[in-house]
Design a protein around this ligand. Sequence first.
Ligand code: M6R
Length: 619
Amino acid sequence: MCGIVGYVGRSNDSTALEVVMEGLARLEYRGYDSAGVALVDGDHVETRKKSGKLANLTAELEAHPLAGSTTAIGHTRWATHGGPTDANAHPHRGGRDGKLALIHNGIIENFHALRQGLLADGVEFSSETDTEVVAHLVAAAYDERGDLTEAMRAVVADLEGAFTLLAIHADQPGVVVGARRNSPLVVGLGDDANYLGSDVAAFIGYTRHALELAQDQIVTITPDGATVINFDGTPAEGTAYEVTWDAAAAEKGGYATFMEKEIHDQPHAVADTLLGRTDASGRLVLDELRISEEQLEAVDRITIVACGTAAYAGMVAKYAIEHWTRIPVEVALAHEFRYCDPIVSERTLVVSISQSGETMDTLMAVKHARSLGALTISVCNTHGSTIPRESDAVLYTHAGPEIAVASTKAFLAQITACYVLGLYLAQLRGGSFADDAQSVMKELGEVPAKIETLLGRMDRVKEIARFMADTRAVLFLGRHVGYPIALEGALKLKELAYIHAEGFAAGELKHGPIALIEPGQPVFVIVPSPTAEHGLHGKVVSNIQEIRARGARTLVIAEEGDESVVPFADEVISVPATSQLLAPLLTVVPLQVFALWLSTAKGLDVDQPRNLAKSVTVE
Ligand code: M6R
């Protein structure tokens, strides 16, 4: 959940600190409770750290500047052990001479026992963190071995839990050592300088050449290159790759917030995720999956594992995949999956969905599924991340970097990738929907332009959000694929505007939730297309009448030209027409815009809402 940056170069000047601070600015979305930097300064390491946002650290550095250096590390924190105070902020120094500085992402599960051992040896602690324990252990190991890589190797053997660690030592300038287990770390390869980061955003301003590390590996960077070994000391090699986006993609591009920019990126996110997935004849080709057609044809059950917004993308996918393939699909919250004794066989396909590819709950669900013999596919937006590595295959979404904590464009890209997967399976199985796959792909290809049109009509939604700045609770209703969109609308509002918000399946109303309706209660209703199967449209219009009769303020999202909702709606938000299963790619957009502007109207931090972090890398 924390952001980690490491840099080593040749010039003994301000470059190291500048690179690390720029990396922290790009990684701040990962955690923003406190931030700190350390660099080698002659015969010692110097640190500066401050609780609160990165701006506080910047002010601290202006008040107490650091000397030039070739070697620096930096950290932005989401607190786990110990509150977000200056003392608990990373880096932590280790050893009696304080020559080592270390930063950490993750949780050291056996830190208490290790700390007791150090206390017994007379070590004094200046923080409550599990990280400081590791700093002292690595410092002691360095004193014995005289080499930072070897010291790190000796210590990681005793650590339990998930961690990325970076360390520098005053006696070994020009070296940064990193280690990872179940927590992200990528290497950036530059000219005369090399980088480490929780993700490539840390160094995207300097290089697009990256190296992916496997589990349980240690990397040592110097200005000359990067050396990788396994925790057991055997030599290893990272997997080199090129980052496909540049620094501009990780900037706001003229918008006030990343979230607003990312909402506007959505037509591209969908279009890019569709790119290259059909051949000249329009047939779906997913060679990248590297799973044999025989294996996929044998699948008799699909389980989707994910958390938060990604799980709602999975719920949308369930309706589509079951409809097209007739394979039963179950959606499990990843953190529940492992503990519910899941029914999994070698004919079960477990599809994980994750923007970051680092969500620990999802990663653990994938590992559990594999241990039970399932075939695993990761739908993921982040190259070089852990979940794709730990899966049998990956279907990348191409949303580009998503920086705002609230997920928007990744959600649309996830739904799109799941549609592609569902249509591919339908095509393979040759059922009645195999022939339809091409026409659905064609219709999907028209969606980006429809999102663009919709985004051009959001002024009224923005106004509604402003008027509703004092609202205390909002309800969201939907049916069929509109149900997960209702859940997503509620989640966006909770996380961004700190408003109590609930999403319901509209059919469930009369089974309890209708008791919540009182005069003036705002309720968003996602209405299916009048052409939807099984008369669903009429049923939802009846639901609107029922809540309106009880005083609800109805904010209705309906297909353009659907006049039947007008008499019962306080506001109608029209979305371009599309077939029922694809409608979520459009109906969610006004809800994202609503949450963005309500949060803005309340004067809140849209991109970094309180208590949250972009990737949840602890369980
Ligand atoms: O990186 P992931 O897609 O695995 O993240 C899953 C959730 O943590 C994430 O979608 C979260 O719910 C978002 N903050 C919602 O906007």
